[in-house]
Design a protein around this ligand. Structure first.
Ligand SMILES: [Zn+2]
Length: 264
């Protein structure tokens, strides 16, 4: 989300506020310090403009703008900027709080600087640096090379998934008397899993990011396809027999958002 204000020909700036739902939020207890303002000279810019986005703030400067004009602009917009910054932080906190209320969500996975694996009840914090040549796991820290950061991260997730998912599938199959041929773990963007006619089960490595309940639902869903190769009422009856909460699980799964680094 971006909030910006244009100031044009106005001695006392009257920012156009694009924040309309800020009133529903409780005041923030934590004051998040504002980041340093970045300067960007843009040859096409016609006016000074201030932009807030995620955790960055920058001022766009038209060519040939004097330092004095820019300084005055920043002085005049300072309190507006501070207020918007706090509102943005409050919204972020509210967003995280909403996610945390849903027990099936792993709120940590929506944060771009750490990864949470619910089945291990563990969180790893990212330490991204050009000094690393390969990804290393040091206790609860993931040391990630800066170049191709996301690719390194996806490989790590895939390895974790490979460690867990085939064993879990075998366990569930044994528990409920299913038979399948082979289990393959892949990086996939859209499908959580699939099952071939010959009983090969393909699983999306990102399943490892899900709460155990949802992960099991997907595995059981694919196992049920070894008996019913369709989504007929017979299939859902099989599903109900092994996972009576499947309807709710399915709904929750549809709302799940994978972290942006998962997508290539
Ligand atoms: Zn299916």
């Amino acid at each position: 989300m971006t909030i910006f204000a244009d100031f044009f020909k106005s001695k006392t700036p009257q920012p156009e506020l694009s924040v309309s739902d800020a009133a529903v939020l409780e005041p923030s207890v934590l004051e998040v310090p504002m980041p340093e303002i970045e300067w960007r000279v843009n040859p096409r810019a016609k006016r000074l403009r201030l932009t807030l986005k995620a955790d960055r703030v920058w001022v766009t400067i038209p060519p040939r703008t004097s330092q004095a004009t820019t300084d005055r602009f920043l002085r005049e917009t300072h309190s507006w900027l501070k207020e918007q910054w706090q509102k943005l932080q409050q919204r972020k906190q509210q967003h995280d709080a909403n996610l945390a209320q849903n027990p099936h969500f792993s709120p940590n996975n929506t944060i771009e600087h750490q990864v949470h694996l619910p089945v291990y009840d563990a969180t790893w914090v990212f330490d991204v640096s050009a000094n690393y040549s390969r990804l290393k796991e040091v206790e609860q820290t993931l040391c990630i090379p800066e170049t191709n950061k996301n690719e390194h991260l996806r490989k790590w997730v895939k390895a974790k998934a490979q460690d867990y998912l085939p064993d879990r599938l075998a366990e569930l199959a044994a528990e409920h008397g299913f038979q399948y041929s082979r289990c393959t773990v892949r990086h996939a963007r859209t499908r959580w899993g699939s099952c071939s006619r010959s009983g090969n089960v393909n699983l999306n490595a990102s399943l490892i990011l899900l709460a155990p309940k949802l992960l099991d639902y997907v595995l059981l869903h694919e196992l049920c396809h070894t008996r019913e190769f369709n989504h007929s009422p017979h299939f859902w009856a099989e599903m109900y027999a092994v996972c009576p909460t499947f309807k709710a699980d399915r709904k929750t799964l549809k709302q799940y958002v994978l972290p942006s680094w998962w997508h290539v």
